[in-house]
Design a protein around this ligand. Structure first.
Ligand SMILES: Nc1ncnc2c1ncn2[C@@H]1O[C@H](COP(=O)(O)OP(=O)(O)OP(=O)(O)O)[C@@H](O)[C@H]1O
Ligand SMILES: [Mg+2]
Length: 294
């Protein structure tokens, strides 16, 4: 039971498949929480300037993997190398899974972005003017300048996502980790926020890791995908990973992958089509229940 590169060969030690050296690599990571194995053998690398999608159904372990990447959860096995990310002043930035902000919270968009500066400058306050410049620049980068002085809780979900991204970017991180930033957005905002992630990665040499349950909104901007299911992961380009034979092997259950009008439909077939995929690390008959793709 371990993750593998999409072609079926063993994945490299994080970065072998990348065009550039990774700023962060996850090497053979396993996590046990509350006595239960959540994920095992997860491997991938994050390169500067690229968007990597962490895709999987509810409960697959996306948030857990992101928290391991950030160092908030200690892996039970394997390790995370962050030396590359540590070279940039802002290190790693995190936009957690969204909870809509209370409409009455007396905090303007620009105040929230400003808080992103403080964490990295404890004890060394920036001059007010410089601070304002950095905040304005971050708001500008994500197209949030127009609502900089509005209360954060009164902004729409898509506008809040932009402000949260500005908050993450203001300290100039090497890696930005976002947990389901597209949840609760309409199709248009989904597209806009996804495009924004692509632009931020490309223009600022940031490695972006973004979780989602659906691969489609990220297709235009995603260089690579880490697909999580059944406690395991496959890593590669979208073309390599999101294929019937690869996902069938991951789920141990027949999965059709259809490409229609530039969208990808991942369709699990009925339980009758369950396939027996030999797994050297699992004793026969130890499989859990069949999990739906969505
Ligand atoms: N601290 C914990 N102790 C025990 N189990 C946990 C803990 N945190 C998460 N889990 C379990 O780990 C599994 C994966 O949870 P996780 O939140 O990582 O999934 P997810 O893919 O982010 O799901 P969603 O799409 O719903 O956000 C779940 O079954 C969850 O109950
Ligand atoms: Mg989650």
């Amino acid at each position: 039971m371990r993750s593998e590169a999409a072609g079926g060969r063993a994945a490299g030690s994080g970065g072998a498949a990348l065009g550039r050296p990774p700023v962060l690599s996850v090497e053979d990571v396993g996590v046990v929480l509350g006595g239960r194995l959540i994920v095992e053998g997860v491997r991938f690398g994050l390169a500067p300037g690229e968007v990597t999608g962490l895709i999987g159904p509810n409960g697959a372990g996306k948030t857990t993997v992101l928290r391991v990447v950030l160092g908030l959860v200690r892996p039970t096995s394997g390790l995370v190398r962050r030396e590359g990310a540590a070279r940039r002043p802002g290190g790693l930035a995190y936009v957690p899974q969204q909870h809509l902000v209370d409409a009455e919270l007396p905090l303007r968009a620009r105040d929230l972005v400003g808080l992103g500066l403080d964490g990295h400058r404890l004890g060394i306050p920036l001059p007010t003017r410089r601070r304002r410049e950095l905040v304005d620049e971050a708001l500008e980068r994500v197209g949030a300048a127009g609502f900089a002085d509005d209360r954060i809780g009164r902004l729409s979900g898509g506008q809040q996502q932009r402000v949260l991204l500005a908050h993450a970017l203001v300290a100039r991180p090497a890696v930005v980790v976002l947990d389901e930033p597209l949840a609760n957005l309409d199709v248009r905002s989904e597209q806009e926020v996804a495009e924004l992630l692509g632009r931020v990665a490309a223009e600022h040499e940031v490695a972006v890791l973004v979780s989602a349950h659906d691969v489609n909104p990220l297709l235009p901007v995603m260089s690579r995908v880490v697909y999580l299911a059944e406690g395991r992961a496959v890593w590669g380009t979208t073309e390599e990973v999101v294929r019937s034979e690869v996902l069938t092997r991951l789920y141990r259950h027949h999965v059709d992958v259809l490409r229609v009008h530039g969208r990808i439909l991942v369709v699990p077939a009925g339980p009758a089509t369950r396939v027996d995929v030999p797994d050297p690390d699992r004793p026969p008959g130890s499989d859990g229940g069949v999990e739906q793709v969505r």
